[in-house]
Design a protein around this ligand. Structure first.
Ligand code: ZN
Length: 150
């Protein structure tokens, strides 16, 4: 990765931290879970509503944490909103695997969008938990759903 590209990735992360997408509490909600990363002190709560047809029509978050954890949550909401639960579960698995594997190939910004910028943290193992926190929280939220809607 060139230095220039690293700057671009950093800019994307800082932009999401400063102006996050979908940062709000949902009430009522179908799913909710809190994620905590003791290594860094990041605390993110994820909310989602289901549309009754198996899709999550809103996915939001609130929380305090480092720029990476907040940017990851912001990017996560844009990646999963409007998808079905099974699509989302697959996406969560793919992204966590991608973020956890330092030797994965570079991602294409044009194809993967801001997720490619997030993937840049693979080079900093101490920050990987910051990046995966909101994805783990969404997974817990879906697994421990708060209502009985199918
Ligand atoms: Zn963090």
């Amino acid at each position: 990765m060139s230095e220039e590209l690293s700057d671009l990735y950093q800019e994307i992360i800082l932009g999401h931290n400063k102006r996050p997408r979908n940062e709000q509490v949902l009430d009522p909600y179908s799913y909710k879970a809190e994620g905590f990363n003791p290594l860094c002190g990041d605390r993110i709560t994820v909310y989602a509503t289901a549309d009754g047809a198996g899709k999550l029509d809103r996915v939001t978050f609130v929380g305090e944490g480092c720029a990476i954890s907040r940017a990851s949550a912001s990017i996560m909401t844009t990646q999963v909103e409007g998808r079905t639960i099974s699509e989302i579960n697959k996406r969560i698995g793919d992204v966590i695997a991608m973020l956890s594997q330092a030797d994965e190939p570079e991602m294409d910004l044009a194809v993967e969008g801001d997720l490619a910028a997030l993937a840049g943290v693979r080079k900093f193992p101490a920050r990987i938990k910051c990046a995966t926190l909101s994805w783990h929280a969404l997974r817990s939220a879906i697994e421990n759903r708060s209502d009985t809607e199918r």
